[in-house]
Design a protein around this ligand. Structure first.
Ligand code: ADP
Ligand code: ASP
Ligand code: MG
Length: 426
């Protein structure tokens, strides 16, 4: 097979007209084919569409209309700048048609008593559809032959609110049918969105465009996946919270998974597995300075520069639950079994657990519905204390002793080899 590179441009890299022009210049510097790239919704469009869906669902007609207009104006101002208000260009009609469709879907919701989540997914899907349409049109305008691909026709999933599971066999077939033999043109694929076997729109979960690129890379056996970010690479801490951050030149797949699992939002946690399974390196590059090497994530045998500094990752919106048997019995196998079953049933996302003689303690994502289900299942036999407004701080790749002042504020601390974690009140 020819050597394929799959790229991904996230929301920040297409947040305005200049950003789209920058994407075009990056692609211009890459004449090798085949080339597939995945694109996210522009800037904060997905958040804005989620808000639009919520307003429509709540029958807040005026606010929904204002929100709709805001999203429309945002996109048309980018189009005006990229196409110099040449309203005869087909991009104007194509994007207008999407906005007509959004209006129809919203009107449909106001007549419904229920709000099936596939309609929610349908609304949010327009972010990627519109973004990919604009980017494809612009690349063709400047002479880079590009075709638009709607991932709903390529990636098949189950139907789950908040992020569906990929149906790999169906998806493999569709991906190969679509892209093999590799075309000469650049392929621009919508990130994040997919469809179920009934062809209803689904999504891969928030920030899921990285995962779209990883699915394509896996199935088409890419030689590299490259994601473009507004940071220099994978840093040892979130630069929005910490100063003096350090770029990791190389990380193993496992190190990257640990970082994203515990909350480093630079890579979607599901992205790494499809790449690891096919030994495909993932390069994280900076779209603001393409000269920088960035970070390469790959198998341990290729690593020549292990992390020189430890990573610090904060995960917010956590809850600490202390579960104690009501009859003063020890927390033994049977209790642990009951607690773990309740975690599974409630789909709690647990990032840390610990047990003492008389209690079992977990730190989990503070999802109110899941926590209520969990407590409900256990409340007959156990007392459950909740402490919310806490966050989980994780240190990875530690070689030194910890001397962090937050250590003293922590209400729970765990250390295991080079990893230390603490739960701290916000
Ligand atoms: P995208 O444009 O692909 O959606 P995101 O905004 O989701 O990009 O991810 C990039 C952002 O992730 C950065 O701007 C940075 O603020 C944040 N971030 C959090 N943790 C890290 C980290 N460890 N390394 C790099 N960036 C991080
Ligand atoms: N646009 C989607 C989101 O904001 C997916 C992505 O950007 O990766 O969640
Ligand atoms: Mg994003």
């Amino acid at each position: 097979m020819q050597s394929l590179i799959v790229m991904k441009f996230g929301g920040a890299s297409v947040k305005d007209a200049n950003a789209v022009k920058n994407v075009a210049s990056i692609l211009k510097q890459h004449p090798q084919r085949p080339l597939i790239f995945v694109v996210s919704a522009m800037g904060k469009t997905t958040n804005n569409l989620v808000e639009l869906a919520e307003l429509s669902r709540a029958y807040k007609k005026q606010e929904a209309l204002a929100q709709y207009q805001k999203i429309k104006d945002f996109h048309f101002s980018i189009i005006d700048e990229l196409f110099q208000k040449d309203t005869k260009h087909t991009v104007y009609q194509e994007v207008e048609a999407y906005f007509t469709e959004i209006q129809e879907v919203i009107q449909g919701i106001t007549l419904l008593r229920e709000f099936p989540f596939h309609l929610h997914d349908r609304i949010v899907s327009f972010g990627e559809l519109i973004s990919a349409t604009i980017v494809t049109a612009y690349l063709n305008k400047i002479g880079l032959k590009t075709e638009f691909y709607d991932a709903r026709k390529i990636i098949k999933t189950t139907s789950l609110a908040g992020g569906s599971e990929v149906l790999w066999e169906h998806t493999q077939k569709k991906v190969k049918e679509t892209f093999l033999p590799f075309p000469e043109h650049i392929c621009c694929v919508t990130g994040y969105i997919a469809s179920n076997l009934e062809n209803q729109t689904t999504t891969l979960g928030r920030e899921g465009s990285d995962y779209t690129a990883a699915i394509l890379s896996n199935i088409l056996e890419a030689s590299e996946m490259r994601i473009w970010k507004d940071v220099d690479g994978v840093l040892n801490a979130d630069p929005r919270r910490y100063t003096n951050t350090y770029v990791y030149p190389q990380l193993t797949y496992q190190q990257a998974v640990e970082m994203s699992y515990y909350g480093a939002s630079v890579i979607h946690p599901r992205t790494i597995k499809p790449l690891e399974n096919k030994h495909i390196p993932l390069r994280v590059k900076c779209f603001l300075n393409t000269e920088l090497e960035g970070t390469v994530i790959q198998a341990p045998k290729h690593i020549t520069q292990p992390p020189k500094h430890h990573a610090i990752i904060d995960k917010f919106n956590q809850i600490l639950l202390t579960i104690t048997p009501k009859d003063f019995s020890f927390v033994m196998e049977k209790h642990v079994d009951e607690i773990v079953s309740a975690i599974t049933h409630a789909k709690l996302k647990v990032s840390l657990s610990q047990n003492t003689a008389l209690s079992y303690i977990i730190c989990a994502d503070n999802n109110h519905e899941q926590i209520a289900d969990f407590i409900n299942e256990l409340s007959e036999k156990f007392d459950i204390q909740k402490q919310d407004k806490v966050y989980l701080k994780t240190y990875l790749f530690l070689t030194e002793r910890l001397a962090d002042e937050e250590f003293f504020k922590a209400i729970l601390i765990q250390r295991n080899g080079s990893t230390a974690q603490m739960v701290i009140p916000e």
